[in-house]
Design a protein around this ligand. Structure first.
Ligand code: RIB
Length: 302
């Protein structure tokens, strides 16, 4: 049972600040660190650490940063044979500003991620053979659409984490089995604001199933014609929310291929997110399976 992640890999430059600067403002800090990130990479690591056989399809530069990113994937147990090295291009870089309230603001310089403009034969085969295809929106939309349609034809379960949010073309939406968004993205997808259940119902007019993450308020799965499934968040002390959503999504995919029922998949994903927010960094914050299982014991299904 396998997960294929098609998406980005970034070197994260984390800049710690007392507060995130406003437009026109310059601020100075002495606290900065380099780490591994990118929504695709974070989700692949989360899936692999949660026990799923996970293959990453991504593009990195033929540079030290590319080595750094691939080494991190391998350490986590992610299969990297389909990670491309792009000559004369730098790896994606994300500048993550993190304030003392654990809020962040991120700018991504796409670099090699933008070169992911078509799917090669081996990549197409991996997608067709996978049980779950997991994607985000940090690589070109046309490639995401092509992969979703291909996966759909071969019976691969297609999950899209629509982050960062972009308008979703009909041909993509039609190929999705599950959309995962946070509350902000859900409002954009719904074209309105309101409580999660209302946003979910609106999104269900286009996508049969949407899982909305609500931070400290937990998460809600909305399926057309069914009662929403609500899972609370574990109460923890948050130090950095970077990649917590990615931990949620990657662990959800791993739990799905492991054959857990829906509520259990969401509880394991929520437990992973609760662990991730207690640690700094992106890949560095993603928990292992024993940690996730121990944290998830706090849920009713244990
Ligand atoms: O979701 C967190 C990620 O967003 C960071 O690791 C950064 O690379 C950006 O892609």
């Amino acid at each position: 049972m396998s997960v294929v992640v098609l998406g980005s890999a970034n070197v994260d430059v984390v800049i710690e600040l007392d507060r995130i600067p406003r437009p026109g403002e310059t601020v100075i800090t002495e606290r900065s660190a380099r780490g591994r990130g990118g929504k695709g990479n974070n989700q692949a690591v989360a899936s692999a650490r949660a026990g799923a056989s996970t293959t990453m399809i991504a593009s990195v530069g033929d540079d030290d940063s590319g080595d750094f990113l691939i080494d991190g994937m391998r350490d986590a147990g992610v299969h990297t044979s389909l990670v491309r090295r792009v000559p004369d291009e730098t790896s994606g870089t994300a500048y993550v500003m993190l304030d003392t309230e654990a809020e962040n603001a991120i700018v991504v310089v796409a670099g090699a991620n933008a070169e992911m403009t078509e799917l090669r034969e081996a990549e197409q085969r991996a997608i067709a053979d996978a049980d779950v295809l997991l994607m985000q929106l940090e690589i070109p939309m046309a490639t995401v659409v092509a992969a979703a349609r291909l996966a759909r034809t071969h019976g691969t379960f297609v999950v899209l984490n629509a982050a960062p949010y972009a308008e979703l073309p009909d041909e993509l939406v039609d190929a999705l089995d599950l959309l995962i968004v946070n509350e902000h993205e859900a409002a954009l997808a719904a074209g309105s604001s309101g409580p999660a259940e209302q946003l979910g119902a609106k999104i269900n007019e286009r996508v049969n199933a949407v899982l909305i993450t609500l931070g400290a308020a937990g998460s809600m799965l909305c399926r057309s014609g069914e009662e929403p499934v609500n899972v609370t968040a574990l109460k923890v002390n948050t130090v950095d929310t970077t990649a917590a959503g990615d931990a949620f999504v990657g662990v959800y995919a791993a739990a799905k291929v492991a054959g857990h029922h829906e509520r259990k998949c969401i509880e394991l994903a929520s437990a992973a997110a609760a662990l991730a927010v207690q640690r700094e960094g992106a890949v560095a914050s993603i928990p292992s399976l024993p940690e996730i299982l121990a944290a998830a014991e706090r849920y009713p299904t244990g």
